[in-house]
Design a protein around this ligand. Structure first.
Ligand code: ADP
Length: 432
C-alpha cells in the first residue's frame, strides 16, 4: 500500500498521541524524531515526523515544518496532517501569540492548498469543540489549568478568534449542527465557506461519532490540521480497518524509570499518587541548585541517587511542581532559562538512567520528552498499544549493537489516569 499519510507534529508527545490513534485505526505507523534520516520500514502506511516546534517562534516553526513537508512531498504521501496540541497552545511571547496559524498558512502555500480545517477536538481525552470553543473536560480552555501553563498559557477558548489572530487568511466555523448531519453536509459547508473567502475552518466535534463523520469529508483534502482526534476517521478513507497486529512490539526487558518535567495538573496527581504508594522518587527542585549549575552536574547527582533504588522498583525523578512553585522559579530564574535548564537536566538524567540499564522509560511532559528523546539519540520509534487515551508504548531499536533497544512512553502533561506510572509498566508486561 505504501506511505499514504504524512504527519508533522509540533511536539514529541503529540506525535505519539497521533501515531497511537492511527495505529488503533489499523495503520502501521513509524514516528521519527525530526525529518527522517534512515529509510522507514517498508510496511508502514503512515509516518509521523515529530518536531519540537510548539514553543519556538513562528519563523523557526515554519522553517522546520516546511523541511518536514519537503521530505513528505519527496516521498509522495497522499495527505499531509499537521498535528498540534489538543489544548491548541503554541509559542507565546508578549504580544506574539501562537505559531499554529503561521505554520498552517506556510504549509497551505507550499502545497498550493486552497482550504483546510483546524480542530484540536479529542473527545477520548475530554477535549471537545462546541461553537468554536474548546473545552477541557467541563471547563472552557481559558478556565482550565492551561491558563497557568509555564510556557504557553491559554486565556481565550474561542478558537476562531485565537486562530484568526495568528492568520492572514479568513477563519470560519463548521459547527456541531452541520457535523451532526454527516460528510455531505460538511462538504457543502466547506463549499459555502470557500465562497465567502474563508480558507481555514475550525470544526466542532463533541464525540468520536462527530470525528468519524468528519473523516470521509476530508478524503482528498491535501492538508488537514488538527489535534490527534481527527486521525480516527482517516484510515478508513483508504479502506484500512482496525487490526491488533498493527500495535505489536518486542517483549520488554531491563530496568524501569519515570522522568517527569510536566507541571500539568494531571501529572501533579500522578506524581503525588506514585509517591503516596511508596515509590522511590527524587524531587528535582530547580531552586535547590545555583542557576549556573551545569545540567550535567545535577543529572550526575540524581543518577547516583537512583542507582541503588533501580534494582527494586521503578524510580521516579521529577521537577513537577504546582503553579505557585513554577511561578516562583520563573520569577527567580526567568521562564525560558528555568524551562530549558530543567529540561536539559532531566534529559541527562534519562541518559544516565539508560546507561545504568533502564530500558523501560516513561517520560512525562511534551517539551521534556523532546529533550529526553534527543539526549537518548533516538531517531525512529515503532508505535505499540495504548496505555491510556493518547499514550501508547513505543519501541526504539538501538543503533548500538550492545543494547537491544528501549521501550518508552511519552506522556503529554495532561494525559493519563492518576495511577498512570505503575499502570504503564503493568501494561507493557502483559499487553492486551
Ligand atoms: P507539559 O506536557 O505538561 O506541558 P512540558 O514538558 O511540555 O510539560 O513543559 C513543562 C515545562 O516546564 C518544561 O519546559 C519544563 O522544563 C518546565 N519545568 C519543569 N519543572 C519546572 C519547575 N519546577 N519550575 C519551572 N519550570 C519547570
Amino acid at each position: 500500500m505504501g506511505l499514504l499519510l504524512g504527519c508533522i507534529a509540533d511536539d514529541f508527545t503529540g506525535a505519539t498521541d497521533l501515531a497511537n490513534n492511527l495505529v488503533r485505526a489499523g495503520m502501521r505507523v513509524v514516528q521519527t524524531i525530526g525529518v527522517p534520516v534512515e529509510p522507514l520500514p517498508s510496511d508502514c502506511n503512515a509516518v509521523v515526523i515529530a518536531l519540537k516546534s510548539r514553543t519556538i517562534a513562528p519563523e523557526q516553526a515554519v522553517s522546520q515544518s516546511l523541511a518536514a513537508l519537503r521530505w513528505l512531498q519527496a516521498h509522495h504521501v497522499q495527505q499531509v496532517y499537521f498535528k498540534y496540541c489538543s489544548t491548541f497552545d503554541s509559542w507565546y511571547s508578549g504580544d506574539v501569540r501562537g505559531n499554529i496559524g503561521p505554520v498552517t498558512e506556510a504549509l497551505m502555500r507550499a502545497m498550493a492548498c486552497d482550504f483546510t480545517i483546524a480542530t484540536p477536538a479529542f473527545p477520548d481525552n475530554q477535549r471537545t469543540v462546541f461553537k468554536g470553543h474548546l473545552f477541557v473536560g467541563d471547563q472552557l480552555l481559558s478556565d482550565s489549568g492551561m491558563k497557568n501553563h509555564p510556557l504557553t498559557p491559554m486565556t481565550d477558548a474561542n478558537l476562531v478568534n485565537v486562530l484568526q489572530a495568528q492568520c492572514q487568511h479568513k477563519v470560519g466555523l463548521i459547527d456541531y449542527r452541520c457535523v451532526a448531519k454527516g460528510a455531505q453536509a460538511i462538504k457543502d459547508r466547506i463549499t459555502e465557506l470557500q465562497s465567502q473567502g474563508v480558507r481555514i475552518a475550525v470544526v466542532d466535534a463533541l464525540s468520536n461519532d462527530d470525528l468519524l463523520r468528519l473523516g470521509p469529508a476530508l478524503a482528498g483534502m491535501r492538508l488537514v490540521t488538527a489535534g490527534s482526534g481527527v486521525a480516527i476517521g482517516l484510515p478508513a478513507n483508504w479502506g484500512i480497518q482496525p487490526a491488533a497486529e498493527s500495535a505489536s512490539l518486542p517483549a520488554p526487558r531491563g530496568l524501569q524509570a519515570i522522568v517527569s518535567g510536566s507541571c500539568s495538573i494531571a501529572t501533579q496527581g500522578q506524581v503525588a499518587h506514585f509517591v503516596a504508594q511508596g515509590g522511590a522518587a527524587y524531587r528535582l527542585d530547580p531552586l535547590a541548585w545555583p542557576s549556573d549549575t551545569p545540567p550535567k552536574d545535577i543529572a550526575d547527582h540524581v543518577v547516583q541517587w537512583a542507582v541503588p533504588h533501580l534494582k527494586n522498583s521503578p524510580v521516579l525523578v521529577y521537577s513537577t511542581a504546582d503553579a505557585d512553585e513554577v511561578k516562583s522559579v520563573q520569577a527567580q530564574r526567568g521562564t525560558l532559562h528555568a524551562g530549558e535548564h530543567t529540561e536539559q537536566a532531566l534529559a541527562l538524567v534519562a541518559q544516565g538512567l539508560v546507561k545504568q540499564g533502564v530500558s523501560q522509560l516513561v517520560v512525562a511532559g511534551g517539551e521534556t520528552s523532546g529533550a529526553c528523546v534527543q539526549a537518548l539519540g533516538i531517531s525512529q520509534m515503532t508505535i505499540g498499544s495504548q496505555i491510556d487515551p493518547g499514550v501508547p508504548w513505543c519501541f526504539a531499536p538501538s543503533q548500538h549493537a550492545t543494547t537491544d533497544g528501549i521501550h518508552l512512553t511519552l506522556k503529554s502533561g495532561n494525559f493519563g489516569s492518576v495511577d498512570f506510572f505503575n499502570k504503564a509498566f503493568k501494561a507493557l508486561a502483559s499487553p492486551q
